[in-house]
Design a protein around this ligand. Structure first.
Ligand SMILES: [Zn+2]
Length: 203
């Protein structure tokens, strides 16, 4: 896969861009050092439709499915969405704060949105993700690591424990971590531009 680049405005050249209104400025001087992985599908367990992008861009038709009534008035976004076929969508510049984590804490630091980048994997807690999604996630991680001082990656379930369960038991942290180690060997520049990218310990 061709190496992607995050441009100076925080947009990835490998992504289709749909601008979300649900973002704001990061706090002054904050270091972006955390990746947060999520899963989402709308309706839950249905893939390929327009509804996730519609939700994140404020265009969701709340009548399109009975389950969408619960989403009414919700103002949420993520920086990226990795579809089942590996297509990558970006809603918010990585220099901006996307609204993906909600109430959250990581290593004693509250409000993870301020210092993290949020990546949504199209999926659910109940079935495996697609190989193409992991390939895109890895390429995206590498592009982000070349631009920001990333040090850790966690799931939403780790930073909002008891409240969130995504990306869930079918997200393959081992495979992601192993391919990251391989990527480091193949691209020495990544070693220089990331600290040791820490993954959650998988049990
Ligand atoms: Zn989430």
């Amino acid at each position: 896969m061709q190496a992607w680049k995050i441009d100076e405005d925080g947009w990835c050249d490998g992504a289709v861009r749909y601008d979300s209104p649900y973002c704001d400025a990061r706090p002054e001087g904050v270091e972006i050092d955390l990746l947060v992985i999520h899963n989402i599908s709308l309706p839950a367990g249905h893939f390929g439709g327009p509804h996730v992008s519609d939700l994140f861009t404020g265009r969701l038709d709340y009548n399109a499915d009975p389950s969408f009534a619960d989403l009414c008035g919700l103002q949420v976004s993520a920086h990226f969405f990795v579809r089942r076929d590996g297509a990558l969508v970006q809603y918010v510049s990585t220099d901006q704060r996307a609204w993906h984590a909600g109430t959250s804490t990581f290593e004693g630091r509250p409000q993870c949105n301020a210092y993290s980048i949020g990546i949504e994997m199209e999926g659910s807690d109940f079935q495996p993700f697609q190989p193409e999604q992991y390939r895109v996630l890895l390429a995206l991680t590498a592009a982000l690591a070349r631009r920001y001082p990333l040090a850790q990656v966690r799931g939403h379930e780790h930073i909002a424990a008891g409240r969130k369960t995504d990306p869930g038991p079918f997200f393959d942290w081992d495979a992601y971590q192993q391919s990251w180690q391989l990527a480091l060997r193949g691209q020495p520049a990544l070693v220089l531009t990331t600290r040791a990218l820490g993954f959650p310990s998988v049990v």
